[in-house]
Design a protein around this ligand. Structure first.
Ligand SMILES: Nc1ncnc2c1ncn2[C@@H]1O[C@H](COP(=O)(O)OP(=O)(O)OP(=O)(O)O)[C@@H](O)[C@H]1O
Ligand SMILES: [Mg+2]
Length: 338
């Protein structure tokens, strides 16, 4: 009979307890064995899962290795191609540079060779327009015009040769301490004599008595004269030209401002290039587009900066051309060495 249904009597208490214990024990053993079997099954299935995962990992590693090898091959192939095209480009660049140099040399030679015949023509025209040759006045008048034009042509040839020399690697400047205030005063008084019939007044009110910079005087003087020449040329007939000298961090700056139509924004960088002229000015003013190229090369050779601001604020017109040069110590003007 079932123990749970029929609990043991008091008489046979001892044997009942033993049986109960054994039954409990057996049941525990059975449970334990069942649990062990279940665990073994679980361990087996986990092991299979692990083995499958290891196999999958191995397969993926193998696939990755193959991909890597393939990629390495492609990278090497592409690197070789890129190296080959880099070398081809370098060779092309060298060739272009050689051609550019040859073109420059040829142009220099042609322009240089123009100088002698031109000087001869100019000399002859000068002689014929003079008093030593008697010619009808109307012919003399024509000769005067031709002589003036030949002088201009010779100046242009000189300008082209100078620029070509400045662009070559051999060009050097010999900077020495020079005073910007003195330079502006001198150029201003000289250029005020050549306003070409325009009623131009110059305004220069320096706040400093002198400002010493490092520059090759003839080159810098020519640069400032070019800027003043432009200011006069492109200014309205009855107007002012402002000049300023200021001290900046490590540099001295000269600015030349004239009024008139502002320079279009998209031309402001290009006007420093050889032969470039603003479209609207080509028909109105004579010029070759070389003046500002000279200025740029001259200032760059000194390690300075050059630029233009146009329009000039707060007005809505005009142009201010400026350049800077490195500051220099004021020389001892009383020194016997000078
Ligand atoms: N002060 C200025 N105001 C307005 N426009 C200017 C001024 N200076 C230069 N420009 C513009 O820049 C262009 C280039 O000037 P650049 O001095 O190089 O040549 P150019 O004056 O035409 O001829 P040249 O070689 O005889 O000096 C000019 O044609 C003009 O359009
Ligand atoms: Mg000019």
């Amino acid at each position: 009979m079932d123990e749970a249904v029929n609990p043991p009597t008091e008489m046979s208490g001892q044997s009942c307890t033993n049986r109960t214990c054994r039954a409990v024990w057996e049941s525990l053993v059975k449970k334990h064995e069942a649990r062990q079997r279940q665990l073994q099954v679980e361990i087996l299935s986990r092991r299979e899962e692990n083995e499958a995962m290891v196999a999958e990992n191995l397969r993926q590693n193998e696939a990755l290795r193959e991909l890597n090898t393939e990629l390495d091959g492609k990278v090497q192939e592409r690197t070789c191609e890129l190296l080959a095209s880099k070398e081809a480009l370098q060779a092309q660049n060298r060739k272009m540079a050689e051609l550019g140099d040859a073109k420059e040399a040829l142009m220099h030679m042609v322009v240089h060779d123009m100088k002698n015949p031109l000087t001869a023509v100019m000399g002859t025209l000068g002689l014929c327009r003079g008093n030593r040759v008697s010619l009808p006045p109307e012919i003399k008048e024509l000769l005067v015009g031709a002589h003036v034009q030949s002088v201009k042509l010779l100046c242009m040839v000189d300008e082209i040769l100078t620029i070509s020399r400045m662009q070559s690697k051999e060009f050097e400047v010999h900077p020495e301490p020079m005073d910007m205030i003195g330079l502006v005063q001198q150029s201003m008084s000289m250029m005020s004599l050549t306003t070409g019939g325009k009623k131009i007044s110059f305004r220069f009110e320096p706040a400093l008595t002198d400002l010493w910079v490092s520059g090759d005087y003839p080159t810098i003087e020519r640069t400032l004269n070019n800027l003043l020449n432009n200011a006069i040329k492109y200014a309205p007939a009855d107007s002012e030209i402002w000049l300023e000298v200021s001290r900046q961090e490590g540099a001295g700056r000269i600015g030349v401002t004239n009024w008139g139509d502002p320079i279009p924004r998209d031309s402001q960088d290009k006007i420093f290039d050889q032969f470039y002229r603003v479209k609207a000015d080509i028909a109105k003013y004579a010029g070759t587009g070389l003046g500002l190229t000279f200025c740029r090369l001259a200032i760059q050779a000194h390690g300075g900066t050059i630029g233009v601001e146009s329009p000039v604020l707060p007005r809505e017109n005009g142009a201010c051309f400026f350049f800077t040069l490195p500051l220099a110590a004021k020389p001892d003007l009383d020194s016997p060495a000078r």
